[in-house]
Design a protein around this ligand. Structure first.
Ligand code: AHR
Length: 508
């Protein structure tokens, strides 16, 4: 049996893991909002129409921040359509998803829902059909205490206190020709700079801190590294905006495809490929930082990532309200790649301060719902749940002698790992993907953590890479394994089944 040794030393850390690394995303698309988080007739719905069963599952996932209302949707959305008395709200064509948007759910409902679900809102403004003025006025609606017509509108709509929204995405995927109001990097960079400036002014920000706290502004980076404009788009946008913004956004979806030369290997190479993508943008940020002579550090908001079968055909008619769109059912194979993507985000926590799993409910999501009925946890629910709840504190740098396999992206590690240590609780968490089709021995050399005691050992493995979960059938889930012995306080020897994800938790 091949052996891989992984070294981790408590004193060699990558950085602090911010809770915002475990964020997610709710867009007005398909059944994410309607029949997802909002279904007034559902047996578990509260007085505001929010599904209680879904909030329960989101709490189980421990999602701290949610991006809203899009996605592609935001680039044609007028936020004013979604406020005020519901019977007066206009019904509109949503050109991003060719659906009908009733606007029954809007900014105020989202803020209420966030409060109930214990979530920090992350808003996106429209840079497609929307203007700098529209963006600034949404900041005013959300964050200005009162005494102006726009902030008093919020008060009249039932929210006396300002929402004090901190995180703002300035547009979405503006590099993509599929985006309503798509721009060139230069056009977007100039518009984003003005939006950032005026949004900050509206928030009362001068050179000193604003009364409600400074905004965290995110400019739109490349939609994927497959764009011909990558990474030039990112450089140009950053050169326009660097001193006024806080984050550069990144998006990336991976898909299992039978069309490539080595479908399985190419899919399993996603985690290491995502690492390369982050490294390129890390370098781009550093380049611009030097060029504009800034001491400030811009970080990454990886605000859309997941597995998505983008090649699947649409089966729903155009202009339906809440159509079944992008309701991918995730396989065991998808879960394996998903866990590796999480490892990559964790291992880049020094630069990736925010990440949003796209999306949260029904649309390429870990949680699925039935109208008027139940829910189920997808295969991908589990790595997210365990890592989001416990892979906190700091990420510890690992050294590994793992062998590599060839993929269309280049070489990828057979054993893919992430190690987190929380100095406050003494909790040490190890996440391991075995991407080889053989059993593998793994030796963990966990130095300088002191005497370690194993507390939890979970494993996801399956003889069927296509196995999925469904309503009333959550068979793909972690099983508990017997706790491993810890030799001399820090040496742990494991045998990982072929194609598996393992999760270990120790106490120092
Ligand atoms: O998450 C689905 C879509 O993917 C988003 O609307 C868009 O930003 C991306 O292309």
């Amino acid at each position: 049996m091949k052996k891989t040794t992984i070294f981790a030393d408590k004193n060699l850390t990558i950085g602090k893991v911010r809770p915002t690394l475990y964020g997610s995303f709710i867009e007005h698309i398909g059944r994410a909002v309607y029949e997802g988080i909002y279904e007034p007739d559902h047996p578990t719905a509260d007085g505001d129409g929010f599904r209680g069963d879904v909030i329960g599952l989101i709490k189980e996932l421990n999602v701290p921040i949610v991006r809203y209302p899009g996605g592609n949707f935001v680039s044609g959305y007028d936020w004013r359509d979604g406020i005020g008395p519901k019977d007066k709200r206009p019904v509109r064509l949503d050109l991003a998803w060719h659906s009908t948007e009733t606007n029954e759910f809007g900014t105020d409902e989202f803020m209420k829902w966030c409060k109930k679900a214990g979530i920090t809102p992350m808003m996106a403004v429209n840079m497609g059909t929307g203007s700098v003025k529209d963006a600034a006025e949404l900041v005013e609606y959300c964050n200005h205490a009162g005494g102006t017509s726009i902030s008093d509108l919020r008060r009249a709509n039932g929210a006396e206190e300002p929402y004090n929204v901190k995180y703002w995405c300035i547009g979405n995927e503006m590099d993509g020709p599929w985006q309503t109001g798509h721009l060139t990097a230069d056009e977007y960079g100039k518009k984003a700079l003005e939006a950032a400036k005026v949004m900050r002014w509206t928030n009362g920000e001068t050179e000193k801190d604003a009364p409600n706290g400074r905004l965290k502004l995110i400019v739109t980076g490349s939609s994927t590294h497959a764009m011909m404009t990558f990474p030039e788009w990112d450089r140009v946008v950053l050169e326009h905006t660097y001193p006024r913004i806080d984050y550069l956004s990144m998006h990336r979806y991976y898909e299992y495809s039978e069309e490539t030369d080595n479908p399985l290997e190419d899919f399993l190479g996603a985690a290491d490929d995502m690492n390369e993508y982050i490294n390129t943008l890390r370098a781009t940020i550093e380049y611009v930082r030097a060029k504009v002579r800034s001491k400030k550090q811009v970080h990454i908001s990886f605000d859309e990532w997941n597995i998505w079968r983008q090649s699947a055909e649409r089966t729903e008619p155009l202009w339906k309200r809440a159509p079944h769109l992008m309701e991918d059912v995730y396989t065991f194979r998808d879960m394996l790649v998903f866990a590796g993507l999480m490892n990559t985000l964790i291992n880049n926590c020094d630069i990736v301060h925010v990440a949003c799993l796209a999306q949260l409910v029904n649309v390429i999501a870990p949680i699925m719902t039935e109208k008027g009925g139940g829910t189920f946890r997808q295969t991908t629910f589990y790595p997210f749940k365990y890592l989001s709840n416990t892979a906190r504190g700091v990420t510890v740098r690992t050294f590994t002698d793992s062998d590599r396999f060839q993929t269309m992206y280049g070489g990828a590690r057979s054993i893919n790992e992430a190690v987190n240590f929380d100095p406050e609780t003494g909790s040490l968490v190890v996440s391991l993907c075995n991407y080889s089709q053989e059993k593998r021995e793994v030796a963990l050399e966990l130095r300088s953590f002191g005497e370690l005691k194993a507390e939890e050992y979970l494993e996801m493995t399956s003889g069927d890479l296509d196995a999925v979960n469904g309503f009333g059938a959550e068979q793909v889930k972690p099983i508990e394994r017997e706790l491993p012995a810890v030799k001399d306080g820090s040496h742990v020897s494991l045998v990982l089944p072929p194609m598996s994800w393992s999760y270990l938790r120790f106490r120092a």
